[in-house]
Design a protein around this ligand. Structure first.
Ligand SMILES: O=c1[nH]cnc2c1ncn2[C@@H]1O[C@H](COP(=O)(O)OP(=O)(O)O)[C@@H](O)[C@H]1O
Length: 247
């Protein structure tokens, strides 16, 4: 598999560029480190303060460094023998959320997008999994008993997926927090790819981001490649379709 390249267009604004996902072994033979993070969400009809629709509950965490991020972490650490990227992600999910692997293990089908930073020689892989409202509450509750709770993870938070009438409080304010790695980009990509954000909400949200032109390009690129992949996966595996599926 080819090595990720440095796309210079965004380098000055945001040092990450979208790349194809590298197998764990491929990255391990070189010097590239890989991390995996994941968004767990539940669609809901529940209204915030009995009037605002919020569409979904989306889980993030307050990290030890004071930034917000998704649960996950570095998976290419030689000291910890993960076999695949998803094994590494699942190990992190058990440590940080005490996630029940018999029900919520992440696999390739949850993969969303990867970004590479040449300066850090690091690939950040992003996954998303939908659960029911009941399961979501259970996952939140269990997280308080996780090994890393109170250490790497200082709290579980839900994204306020609504904007109050002043057009500012709610999601726009939330997006002004400090976010680890590419998690700010992953928030927007995760919401768009899983139909949790309408285009007008996306525009409002993007307007509050610093250097939002750079983010906008990366968001569109990620959403387009995710949708392409979904379409490819849906192509029935008939001989005449294989050429399309493997394009
Ligand atoms: O939610 C996230 N999304 C994307 N990147 C993140 C997120 N959280 C942390 N990072 C980045 O991922 C890398 C690994 O950090 P993390 O603290 O998750 O792993 P570790 O606990 O295994 O050291 C760092 O470069 C960090 O900035």
């Amino acid at each position: 598999m080819s090595r990720p390249h440095n796309g210079s267009a965004t380098a000055a604004e945001f040092p990450w560029d979208q790349v194809q996902q590298l197998d764990y072994q491929d990255a391990n033979t070189g010097s590239i480190a890989q991390a995996c993070h994941a968004m767990i969400f539940a669609k809901t009809e529940a209204k915030f303060v009995s009037q605002l629709p919020c569409k979904a509950w989306v889980l993030m965490q307050m990290r030890f460094d004071g930034k917000l991020g998704f649960p996950g972490g570095v998976v290419s650490d030689q000291a910890i023998p993960d076999t695949t990227l998803e094994d590494g992600l699942n190990r992190e999910m058990e440590e940080e959320l005490a996630l029940d692997m018999s029900r919520f293990a992440f696999s390739k089908k949850h993969y969303v997008v990867s970004h590479f930073c040449p300066k850090a020689n690091l690939i950040l892989n992003f996954y998303a999994q939908e659960v029911t409202e009941q399961e979501f509450k259970e996952i939140e509750g269990n997280a308080l008993r996780a090994e890393e709770y109170g250490h790497e993870c200082l709290g579980i938070v839900r994204i306020p997926l609504f904007t109050l009438q002043d057009g500012h409080n709610g999601l726009p304010v939330f997006l002004q927090n400090q976010f680890a790695g590419t998690s700010i980009l992953q928030v927007i990509v995760g919401l768009c790819t899983h139909n949790l954000m309408k285009p007008d909400e996306l525009n409002t949200a993007m307007a509050v981001l610093p250097r939002h032109q750079g983010y906008r390009r990366l968001v569109h690129q990620a959403v387009a490649s995710f949708r392409d992949r979904q379409q490819t996966i849906r192509v029935p595996d008939l001989p005449e379709n294989r050429a399309v599926a493997h394009k």
